[in-house]
Design a protein around this ligand. Structure first.
Ligand code: PLP
Length: 395
């Protein structure tokens, strides 16, 4: 068993991202829930204080111009862009992921044209995506079909208008093959919409490289933007002209201060905006994104895989045989940045883990989820988490 502690020490010593840990507010809890709410970057409180006291308190209305509030959605979108493999000018930040799923799915159906009457959605999706896809289907007069991701290729046809998929499954941590599935959707003449909630900030996405049409994602998981921080919407440059938002607001108007009665969309990603942005949350996110300076997403991916490999190795060693079963794929090509363990009394087990300073989460009915944020999780913590899990599950 001390072999694993030695291994952890060696892995920590070789960790090229180890220096990033000090960019976060952490304590001696092993925090493996960054796939639900990322930890607080140290630069955020001071920035929020400045935004509130000086930008709002002193400059007041002038801040829309002078503090760059008005252009924050595009500016922060461009800050996220390199993390998901997008060139500038294709991402806007604002609203929740749920709202952006709505914009993207309806816009995708409108782009696909009249002859296509079906929307496909990942049958294992995070519920909000499914609910919204169903409503979007009713509103656009299309039929929604829920399909397991492995069967999407077979389900595609000339009837398919749009396909809404998750890059990483929120429950199992399974990574879906974005390049191959996007190509298959395109071969069927349909529009691909990807939800990146569990991949952005954890692994390379390659939106431009793989020709993704539309994508959405949240910023409070691996991007550490804070509770309820605004989500983002990616609209590929070549499709922006045809992006017809179901929520055209004055912020997406070509002339927002023209106060015109007719709607004329702005050019570019800006047409994904709706109303007045949530400036306090948005600027907290902007400060949080500074931790990515000098970080390569490839290095993040390499460490993420090393962390999840090591966790699985430690679990195999410490947890009594048969008490847990990993539902996360072993193959690196199919694994996101979390490990999900099926466990009979998962709810109770997670409560006891948290009491002992190891924070993951529980997903109904029987899954223990452990998220590994490469910027601040170390290998000794991984070893400790698995050891405590073994103790909690000991007969
Ligand atoms: C976290 C998550 C969401 C969250 O949506 P909100 O609108 O921010 O509540 C949506 N979809 C997926 C796949 C998620 O993992």
């Amino acid at each position: 068993m001390s072999d694993l502690r030695d291994a952890a020490e060696k892995l920590d010593a070789e960790d090229v991202l180890a220096g990033k840990r000090s960019a976060f507010v952490l304590d001696d809890v092993v925090y493996l829930d960054g796939n639900s709410l990322g930890a607080l970057p140290v630069g955020v409180p001071g920035r929020v204080e400045d935004v509130v006291r000086r930008q709002w308190g002193e400059l007041r209305i002038r801040s829309w111009e002078e503090s760059g509030w008005w252009t924050a959605p595009e500016r922060i979108g461009d800050r996220i862009a390199p993390l998901v493999g997008a060139a500038p000018g294709q991402i806007v930040v604002g609203d929740s992921t749920s709202v952006n799923v709505f914009k993207a799915v309806v816009a995708a159906v409108r782009m696909a044209g009249e002859g296509r009457d079906e929307i496909l959605v990942d049958a294992t999706t995070f519920p909000t995506d499914g609910y919204i896809a169903e409503s979007a289907a009713r509103m656009t007069g299309r039929t929604l079909r829920a399909v397991p991701p492995g069967e999407v290729r077979a389900a595609l046809s000339g009837r398919t208008a749009a396909v809404l998929l998750n890059h990483v499954d929120y429950r199992t941590g399974r990574l879906h093959h974005l390049p191959g599935l996007t190509a298959a959707v395109h071969a069927a003449g349909a529009v691909a919409v990807w939800d990146l909630c569990h991949s952005a900030g954890a692994l390379p996405v390659g939106l431009d490289e793989h020709g993704v049409d539309l994508a959405v994602g949240c910023t409070y998981k691996y991007l550490n933007g804070g509770p309820g921080s605004p989500a983002y919407l990616y609209v590929r440059a070549g499709l922006q002209e045809r992006f017809d938002s179901p929520l055209p607001g004055w912020n997406s108007h070509v002339e927002p201060f023209g106060m015109r009665t007719d709607f004329e969309p702005a050019a570019g990603a800006v047409r994904g905006r709706v109303g007045t942005p949530d400036i306090l949350s948005m600027l907290a996110l902007e400060a949080a994104l500074e931790v990515w300076d000098g970080v390569s997403i490839e290095a993040v991916r390499a460490k993420s895989l090393a962390l999840t490999d090591f966790f699985l190795e430690c679990v195999a060693e410490y947890v009594p045989r048969g008490r847990v079963e990993s539902v996360t794929p072993d193959a690196h090509a199919e694994r996101g940045s979390q490990v999900a363990l099926r466990c009979e009394d998962a709810g109770e087990a997670m409560k006891r883990l948290i009491e002992r300073g190891v924070v993951g989460d529980f997903r109904h009915p029987d899954v223990l989820r452990f998220g590994f944020t490469p910027l601040y999780v170390g290998f000794a913590e991984v070893e400790r988490a698995a050891r405590v899990l073994g103790e909690v599950l000991a007969p």
